[in-house]
Write a protein that binds this ligand. Structure first.
Ligand code: AHR
Length: 535
C-alpha cells in the first residue's frame, strides 16, 4: 500500500508563462500520416484539394494550436519549388530518407492551406540538407511577402492572394544525424554558420519571423552535447529557439522504463538550457534562448542485439537506409501500408500516460520550453482508418491540457513513494542510464489568471497500486474546488477502437472531498487526473 501522497501548489511559486504551442503535433509524409489520413482524393469526404473532410472536422473539434509541417528526414532532400503550381508541372522525386516516391501532390501550398482549413498555426521546416540560402530566401518571399516580387507574385498566381504569414521556421531537420541527407554531423561549426546566415537572410525578408536551429537530435548520440555547443556559438544572436527531438524507447512490459521516460527528456532539457545560457554569457548577449521540442514520442520496442564494433556511420549506412528495401509508392486510398504504423498508436492507457508525462515535464519547464510537437499527435487527437475516425485514450489528456493547461505554469511540490529505472539497452543507440527516486505521482499545474482557474495535473505511474492523495491548494485562499476528472482502465491492454470507442473515457470522481483548502482523492493505478479549482 503506497503512502498517502501530498501535492502542494502555492500561488507564490510560479515557473513561467505557458505557450499554447506546447500542445502541438508533428506531421511528415511517412506511413499513412499524410497519404491516407490527411490526403485522399478518392475518399468519400474528400474536398476540392483531396483533403479528408472527416479528418479536418474531427481536428476542428479540438483546440489544436500548432503543427510542425512538413518536417522530418524527407525535408532534407525536398525541393519545395517542385511542389507548387498546377499538378502537371510538379516533379516526382525519390525520397532517399524513407525510400519512397514523393509525387508532390501534397506540396508547399497544400500543407499551408490544410493548416488554414483546420485552423492551427503551421510551424515550417526548410531544407538545409541539400537546400541553400537562396532557397531559404525564396521560400520566405513566396510564403510571407505581400507581392511585387517573382516569388510572392507566383504565390498569388497559384491562388493564394494573401501571404500565409508563417511565423516560426526550422532551419533544417536533425542536421546532426548521420542518417540525414546532407548531414552536418561532422561540421557543427559549418552548420552553425549556415544557420546564422540563413536566419539573418530570412529575417531580412520578413522581420516578424522566428527561427529555430537544430541541436543534437537525441541525448544518446556520442556527439551530444559538444555538437550543440559548437553550433550555438556560431548563431546564438540570429536564432530564437533550439530545435530538440527525442524518442523514448522501453522494452515490452517494462512499466518503469516506459512511464519514467520523461526523466530523460528532463535531463536533456536541463543540459540544453545550461548550454544555451553558457553561450549567452560567452556572447555577452541579453537574449535568452528558448527551447522547441518539435518531435517527441514514447514507444515500446523489442531489444535489438548490440553490435560491438559498428561505428555510428556503419550503423546508419547499414540499418537506417534500408538499402535493400524497395522504394514505396503511396496509394492514399490504401491505409494498410506494410511496414509502416497507421496513426493513432496511442490508443491504450500506458502509451497515453507515457506521452502525457513528457508534456508534464515540458510544463515544469514552461519558462524555457515554448514549443512541443508530439509525433503521432494528430492520430492521438483523431485516430483514423480508411473509413472511420475515433478518439484514442491519449485524446483526453492531450485536449484537457490544451484546455486547462493555460496561463502560468506553477511549481508542484510532491511527497510520495518513488521507483527506480535500472539502466537498460534497446539497441546500440538507445542505452539508458540508471535513474533512481522517480515520484510515482507525476505532476504539473497551471494558473489561468484571466479566467480565475487553477488546474493540477497528476499521473499515477504506479502500475500495481492506486494511491490516496492530498492536493493542498490552501494558499489559494477562498478558491473553490470544481471537479476531479479521472481517466483510467482496469485493463492496461484495453484501447479505444472504432468498434469500441468508449473503452477508455474520462469520468468525474464524486468521492473527492475538499476541506480546508485540500482535496482528498484516490488516484487509480495507471491513471490521468485533473483537479480543477475556481476563484
Ligand atoms: O518521425 C520519424 C523521424 O524521426 C523523422 O523523420 C525524423 O526527424 C526523426 O528522426
Amino acid at each position: 500500500m503506497p503512502k498517502k501522497a501530498v501535492v502542494t501548489v502555492h500561488p507564490a511559486y510560479r515557473i513561467g508563462e505557458i505557450s499554447p504551442r506546447l500542445y502541438g503535433s508533428f506531421l511528415e509524409p511517412i506511413g499513412t500520416m499524410v497519404n491516407g489520413t490527411m490526403y485522399n482524393p478518392k475518399h468519400p469526404t474528400a474536398d476540392d484539394k483531396g483533403f479528408r473532410r472527416d479528418f479536418i472536422e474531427a481536428l476542428k473539434q479540438t483546440p489544436i494550436p500548432a503543427v510542425r509541417l512538413p518536417g522530418g528526414n524527407f525535408v532534407s532532400g525536398w525541393d519545395w519549388k517542385d511542389s507548387i503550381g498546377p499538378m502537371e508541372q510538379r516533379k516526382a522525386h525519390l525520397d532517399l530518407a524513407w525510400r519512397q516516391y514523393i509525387p508532390n501532390d501534397v506540396g508547399h501550398d497544400e500543407y499551408l492551406q490544410w493548416a488554414e482549413r483546420v485552423g492551427f498555426e503551421p510551424l515550417y521546416t526548410i531544407n538545409l540538407g541539400t537546400g541553400d540560402i537562396n532557397d531559404a530566401i525564396y521560400i520566405t518571399e513566396y510564403t510571407n511577402h505581400e507581392g511585387g516580387t517573382y516569388w510572392s507574385d507566383l504565390r498569388r498566381k497559384y491562388g493564394h492572394e494573401k501571404p500565409y504569414g508563417v511565423k516560426l521556421w526550422y532551419l533544417g531537420n536533425e542536421m546532426d544525424g548521420p542518417w540525414q541527407i546532407g548531414s552536418w554531423e561532422k561540421d557543427p561549426r559549418g552548420y552553425g554558420i549556415r544557420a546564422n546566415e540563413v536566419s539573418k537572410a530570412m529575417k531580412w525578408v520578413d522581420g516578424g519571423i522566428e527561427t529555430a536551429v537544430c541541436v543534437s537530435s537525441s541525448p544518446f548520440l556520442a556527439h551530444y552535447p559538444q555538437w550543440d555547443l559548437e553550433v550555438l556559438q556560431e548563431c546564438y544572436e540570429a536564432v530564437d529557439y533550439v530545435s530538440m527531438h527525442h524518442y523514448h524507447s522501453a522494452p515490452e512490459g517494462d512499466f518503469a522504463a516506459l512511464l519514467g521516460g520523461s526523466v530523460f527528456f528532463e535531463d536533456y532539457i536541463n543540459t540544453e538550457i545550461a548550454l544555451c545560457d553558457f553561450v549567452q554569457t560567452k556572447c555577452r548577449s541579453p537574449r535568452r534562448m528558448l527551447l522547441s521540442f518539435d518531435e517527441y514520442g514514447c514507444m515500446i520496442r523489442p531489444n535489438r542485439p548490440l553490435r560491438p564494433g559498428y561505428g555510428p556511420h556503419n550503423l546508419y549506412m547499414d540499418h537506417y537506409n534500408f538499402p535493400t528495401r524497395k522504394y514505396i509508392r503511396h496509394d492514399p486510398d490504401n491505409m494498410l501500408m506494410p511496414g509502416m504504423p497507421p496513426m493513432g498508436r496511442h490508443g491504450d492507457m500506458p502509451m497515453a500516460l507515457a506521452n502525457t508525462s513528457v508534456l508534464l515535464a515540458f510544463l515544469r519547464h514552461a519558462d524555457r520550453v515554448k514549443v512541443g510537437c508530439m509525433t503521432g499527435g494528430l492520430g492521438t487527437l483523431a485516430a483514423a482508418s480508411r473509413e472511420h475516425i475515433w478518439r484514442s485514450a491519449g485524446y483526453y489528456p492531450f485536449t484537457q491540457l490544451m484546455t486547462y493547461g493555460r496561463g502560468v505554469s506553477m511549481r508542484t511540490s510532491v511527497d510520495c513513494d518513488t521507483f527506480d529505472i535500472p539502466g537498460y539497452a534497446i539497441d546500440d543507440n538507445s542505452q539508458y542510464y540508471r535513474h533512481e527516486g522517480l515520484p510515482f505521482i507525476d505532476t504539473a499545474a497551471a494558473l489561468d489568471e484571466e479566467k480565475g482557474e487553477l488546474a493540477v495535473f497528476a499521473i499515477n505511474r504506479n502500475w500495481e497500486a492506486s494511491n490516496d492523495v492530498s492536493i493542498d491548494v490552501s494558499g489559494f485562499e477562498g478558491w473553490s474546488f470544481v471537479e476531479h476528472i479521472q481517466l483510467y482502465s482496469d485493463d492496461p491492454n484495453a484501447a479505444n477502437t472504432y468498434e469500441n470507442p468508449d473503452a477508455i473515457i474520462p469520468t468525474a470522481n464524486k468521492e473527492a472531498k475538499f476541506e480546508c483548502g485540500k482535496v482528498s482523492a484516490n488516484l487509480k493505478s495507471l491513471s490521468w487526473n485533473v483537479f480543477r479549482f475556481k476563484k
